[in-house]
Design a protein around this ligand. Structure first.
Ligand SMILES: [Zn+2]
Length: 93
């Protein structure tokens, strides 16, 4: 079964979250990217720093991933290979 992705949202964090790509903290009040999705039939949402979101987009356009490689772990591995890790820190507004 394929996974489904929905339109991204850019809320300000109402509490502290952890980024699904770099595993660092998203501070309360920080504007970040929320990606709602369905994985294995379960609705959930990933939260990413702006810089981590940009890295995901770059991975999508440059690495041309297969569907089954389209996950954060693959983005991380690709970014390390490309010498793009760690992602650029984008300060919150
Ligand atoms: Zn991050």
């Amino acid at each position: 079964m394929s996974d489904h992705f929905f339109a991204r949202e850019y809320p300000k964090a109402r509490k502290q979250y952890r980024c699904d790509l770099c595993a660092k903290v998203i501070l309360k009040g920080e504007k970040h990217c929320r990606m709602p999705m369905v994985l294995d039939g379960t609705r959930q949402a990933s939260r990413l720093h702006s810089g981590c979101e940009a890295l995901c987009d770059r991975y999508q356009s440059e690495a041309d991933p297969m569907d089954d490689e389209n996950d954060f772990e693959s983005v991380h591995e690709w970014a390390v290979d490309q010498d793009l890790w760690p992602p650029e820190e984008v300060p919150g507004e």
